[in-house]
Write a new protein. Structure first.
Length: 474
């Protein structure tokens, strides 16, 4: 993006705004409300078509601006801006920060100059129609895009973030399609405002190729006597949404962590009470369920509901050290795939699947222990971010992790996710079941050495976390 040249309040006069645009030699002006949030947009086409013929210089800009205005966030992917501008024929688009205040603007000419022809092809692949068939094609195209980016040496976590963003878009489009279908079928609009929660790896922005579903709903509060009337709408919506997600390539969650389950479909007040129940009981099942929950992201609807729930969840865990110890107890059972003398621990035993014997499960014995330990420290310290690398960065800034430890853990996450993503792409291209098992013989000597160092760093973190939360000394 480039800096916004002209930002004026909605109360400014048209003459003042035009003077600023002329002085800056810019073709647009961003209009803000009294709190500095983006409210509208005026372009040179607006000047030619509306202002020059319909108003005087004393009129306020709020009377002639385009509102509401489409914008992208400063941390959005470039493809989002390109897609919207190409789709609507726009030449520029405002960029806002997390508080909806102008952060700059992006011109289509700038974006296309950055994006190579291959990138434009990829954008076309991942922005097809909103039908189930079109969304299924987007899911299939993800492997091609991920493979291309991996060949271009893009770090695996960045590819995961892109895949996660695409998957969130699929969730959103499926939900919007069914909201429209329900209205057409006579169900009407949602009886109360709501938000979609995407949990697990999707919430962290760390999806691999074919994640299963982990979702839920936050509903606005309503009287108890209205429950049957209101909940039946969201049951129907959840059933339609999860069915289509399964059809396009997000398998049903085997643990039933989906909005079709009443445990994951609650009002704001009920979610708050659920957090209190988890905090009081601290049983194994309660800990496992809440562990899935803590990485949630708002995928659609009232983002304020999700922010409120995040505040409630953070307050519950920070004021409940016994609950954090219970989480650590579950976490410590997740060992790393490293044995005596730096030897890899591979899958073995009579109960193991034949195709997995001799391989390392880099998810269960690699990323999960790292993600879990970092999450636990982040919960204790009140870190709001959910992405593992961002949590590591925040913990380093707070002094919880040293620069050296943070560097090792970032390197471990980057290396293991790279090996996993490469293996999944290999499985996919060979038309085999995509999984998380990597054979040591398929790694170079350098990759093995880095993997050993990575697993050691994760194991050291596990032991440190165990000691801090239990007082056990090794």
């Amino acid at each position: 993006m480039r800096p916004a040249q002209v930002i004026v309040p909605a109360s400014a006069s048209v003459a003042d705004m035009l003077g600023l645009m002329s002085g800056a030699r810019t073709t647009s002006a961003l209009i803000t409300d009294s709190d500095g949030r983006l409210l509208g947009l005026i372009t040179e086409q607006d000047v030619a078509r509306r202002i020059a013929l319909r108003c005087s210089g004393d009129d306020v800009v709020s009377s002639v601006m385009t509102t509401p205005v489409e914008a992208v966030r400063a941390d959005d992917f470039l493809y989002r801006a390109i897609v919207r501008m190409r789709r609507f024929g726009w030449r520029h688009m405002p960029v806002v920060d997390d508080d909806e205040r102008p952060a700059g603007e992006i011109l289509l000419s700038d974006a296309l100059a950055v994006a190579a022809e291959q990138v434009i092809h990829q954008i076309d692949l991942i922005t097809r129609g909103g039908s189930v068939d079109g969304l299924r094609e987007i899911k299939a195209a993800q492997a091609e895009i991920a493979a291309q980016l991996l060949r271009d040496h893009v770090p695996a976590p960045e590819i995961q973030a892109l895949i996660s963003d695409l998957n969130r878009g699929i969730h959103r489009r499926i939900l919007e399609a069914h909201l429209a279908a329900l209205k057409d079928a006579g169900w009407g609009d949602p009886p109360v405002p709501f938000a979609l929660l995407i949990m697990g790896s999707g919430g962290r922005g760390e999806n691999f190729l074919f994640p299963d579903q982990d979702n839920g709903f936050i509903l606005d509060n309503y009287p108890d006597e209205e429950h049957t009337r209101i909940d039946v709408f969201f049951i129907e919506l959840a059933e339609r949404m999860t069915r289509d997600l399964d059809t396009v390539g997000f398998p049903y969650c085997r643990g039933y962590v989906m909005a079709t389950n009443p445990l994951w479909r609650k009002t704001r007040a009920q979610w708050r009470e659920q957090l209190n129940i988890w905090g009081r009981r601290r049983g194994a099942i309660a800990v496992q369920l809440s562990d899935i929950f803590f990485d949630f992201h708002c995928g659609y609807g009232r983002t304020g509901f999700a922010r409120e729930l995040r505040r409630d969840a953070s307050a519950m865990v920070r004021n409940n050290p016994a609950y954090l110890r219970a989480i650590e107890g579950e976490l410590y059972g997740q060992g790393v795939a490293l044995g005596w003398f730096g030897r890899f621990v591979t899958v073995s035993g009579k109960d193991a699947k034949k195709e997995h014997i001799g391989k390392i499960n880099l998810k269960h014995a690699g990323t999960l222990p790292l993600v879990g330990a970092v999450r636990l420290l982040a919960l204790r310290e009140g870190v709001a971010d959910t992405a593992t690398l961002k949590r590591i960065g925040a913990l380093r800034e707070m002094g919880v992790l040293s620069d050296n430890d943070a560097d090792y853990l970032r390197g471990a996450f980057n290396h293991i996710t790279y090996l996993l993503l490469r293996q999944q792409l290999s499985d996919f291209s060979a038309d085999e079941k995509v999984g998380n098992h990597v054979h040591p013989d398929n790694l170079s000597e350098r990759e093995k050495d880095i993997l050993v160092d990575s697993l050691k760093a994760i194991d050291d973190l596990r032991k440190r976390v165990h000691g801090e939360f239990t007082g056990d000394v090794f």
